[in-house]
Write a protein that binds this ligand. Sequence first.
Ligand code: SAH
Length: 215
Amino acid sequence: MHYDGYKEQGLRQQLVEEIKSKKINDTRVIDAIGKIPRHLFMDSAFVNFAYVDKAFPIGSGQTISQPYTVAFQTELLEIQRGDKVLEIGTGSGYQTAVLLELGAKVFTIERQRELFLKTQRFLPTLGYNPQFFYGDGYLGKPTYGPFDKILITAGAPHIPEKLVQQLKPGGMMVIPLGDKLQIMTRIKKTLNMEIETEAFGDFSFVPLLKGTAND
Ligand code: SAH
């Protein structure tokens, strides 16, 4: 049913080399990129673009993130096996698959109904089983928290306070902060409940929007 042949595997290996050359060092993240059939996360007409290191439209005005960006955000999160991770912006589910490959227990929220339904149907067919939620990620999932890690995969104009509240002491959040361009930001909640922030350069994301959308 899901075709992953020599051509796809060869292109994927080239993508892995490209990601390594861009200084992603976590071998577990690199192995995940080498394993996940990204072409299956895109419409079949675009298979030839699947292993180019670029973001790509996936419908509902949304994009599948650039593989380098997925790798960069995942590396910053320092995922440990068994970590409870809240992901805001399920999208195609590609980033979700990377987190699951690293042994995280993933709770993922999407505000676009069509995308939510499509990815909820698709990911389990590859053996990836996060908990899917349709809703506004700004609110988080307090009843399932607190979380070891929180990952936001859309550009946020400010730090969502409700999400910071759902971080465990000792936990961290990776969030692209800004309107037009975003600064990749890592927020740590210390064991004394203090908040520390670190900045990691400019990126470009689709916006994190309030509420839900039915299109
Ligand atoms: N991680 C995804 C990236 C998708 S782009 C992937 O690898 O494919 C960002 C996603 O965030 C979009 O699907 C968008 O609909 C979603 N999004 C934007 N604002 C949101 C919100 N408030 N809550 C949940 N999802 C949101």
